[in-house]
Design a protein. Structure first.
Length: 387
């Protein structure tokens, strides 16, 4: 009897111990589940006033977790891009007068005229600012890495307005240049200035034009008319700042930053990419010249069918080409419609200007033209655009 009673007592003890272990494990697992799933669900479902659509999402905790992970991933990408780009950002100021008092020698943030970035390790920089275009190089100074550098050379691209500056420095960290043709609507982009401020926004329009009168629909084969606009406005202190994608590549430069008008526009990098090569090769910029003013049919709605011949894309030549221009010498006429350049279609994504300015002076190109319903090709030799 004693043997049987002892065995029964031991069984009861074992059951109690096992119950306690299972209870402890269940509590730990339950707390983990609550932390990961139930608490976020509770915060969104119980503590907020939800719309019907939100109630559906809130009842699926897994969705909340995925959205949080995506947000964190984008934060990491932004941080990586800023870390990669920040060492190459510079500031441009008016040069201080020699012999100034100690306090007047200091370059203050409020005195920043424009930002810019480093193109080459030996001191070629790129910036933007109308005041930089008209100011002599010896009146400017570049501030970088807590040092002030005199400007040794300055080259202005009159087509885009970007300004190339040269300083005496070596082993500078250079930027990576991207491709602005790959920019998409809603894309996350970053602007950095010399004050170590960062603006994160989205692309609003990849073919932005000022909303002015009908005369602004007339474009030049030598002047870009389309810019990139951003979703949020930027402060004036971002003028000339690089616009960077999440890969840390420069895809444009801030052309207009005005918090009052709530407008921020960007010059796409592809519009001045060839100018960079010109400057690095010969310290000058040479652009091609065709000599046409035109209306982009992809943007103009309501033109008479007698003009468009039913076409919805192409460059409608507006009035006669400029006298003695390559277009005039090739007998291109008013109301001709240029359909393509060397087989590259003229459309809303590739204007005639975009296509022409990718060439060099003296290049021979083939234009596909529609005239009074008949399609033919013309060979044209581009000239050099007079500065």
């Amino acid at each position: 009897m004693k043997f049987i009673k002892k065995s029964k007592d031991q069984s009861i003890s074992q059951i109690v111990i096992l119950s306690m272990v299972f209870g402890l494990v269940s509590g730990v697992v339950g707390q983990i589940i609550a932390d990961v799933y139930i608490d976020p669900w509770k915060d969104n479902y119980v503590n907020e006033t939800l719309t019907p659509k939100q109630r559906i999402t809130a009842t699926i905790p897994e969705l909340q977790k995925i959205q949080k992970s995506l947000g964190l991933q984008q934060d990491f990408e932004v941080n990586d891009s800023v870390t990669k780009m920040a060492p190459s950002v510079i500031g441009v100021y008016f040069k201080k007068a020699s012999g100034s008092s100690i306090l007047n020698q200091i370059y203050l943030p409020a005195e920043l005229q424009a930002n810019g970035f480093i193109l080459t390790s030996d001191g070629w920089l790129l910036s933007y600012g109308k005041i930089l275009s008209t100011t002599k190089k010896d009146q400017l100074v570049v501030v970088y890495d807590q040092k002030a550098f005199a400007v040794e050379n300055k080259v202005v691209d009159t087509t885009t307005g970007v300004v190339f500056l040269k300083i005496n420095a070596n082993n500078l960290p250079v930027v990576a240049i991207g491709d602005s043709s790959e920019i998409t609507l809603g894309q996350v982009v970053i602007a950095l200035n010399d004050l170590r401020e960062v603006g994160v926004t989205n692309v609003k329009n990849v073919n932005w034009q000022p909303a002015l009168g009908a005369s602004n629909m007339v474009m030049s084969s030598e002047t870009y008319s389309q810019l990139i606009s951003l979703n949020t406005s930027l402060a004036d202190a971002y003028l000339g700042s690089p616009l960077v994608n999440l890969s840390g590549e420069v895809i444009g430069i801030i052309r207009e930053a005005d918090s009052k008008s709530r407008l921020a526009t960007v010059i796409p990098v592809n519009q001045f990419h060839r100018a960079v090569l010109n400057v690095l090769k010969g310290n000058e910029i040479v652009r091609p010249f065709l000599g046409i003013n035109y209306i982009d049919l992809a943007l103009a709605v309501g033109l008479d069918q007698s003009l468009t011949k039913g076409l919805t894309r192409g460059a409608l030549v507006y009035q006669k080409p400029k006298e003695k221009s390559p277009a005039s010498l090739a007998d291109i006429q008013a109301n001709d419609i240029i359909l393509s350049v060397d087989g590259q279609t003229v459309n809303k994504n590739s204007s005639l200007t975009d296509l022409i300015l990718q060439y060099q002076p003296n290049d021979k190109i083939s234009l596909e033209i529609s005239r009074e319903g008949k399609i033919f090709t013309k060979a044209v030799t581009l000239a050099a655009l007079a500065e």
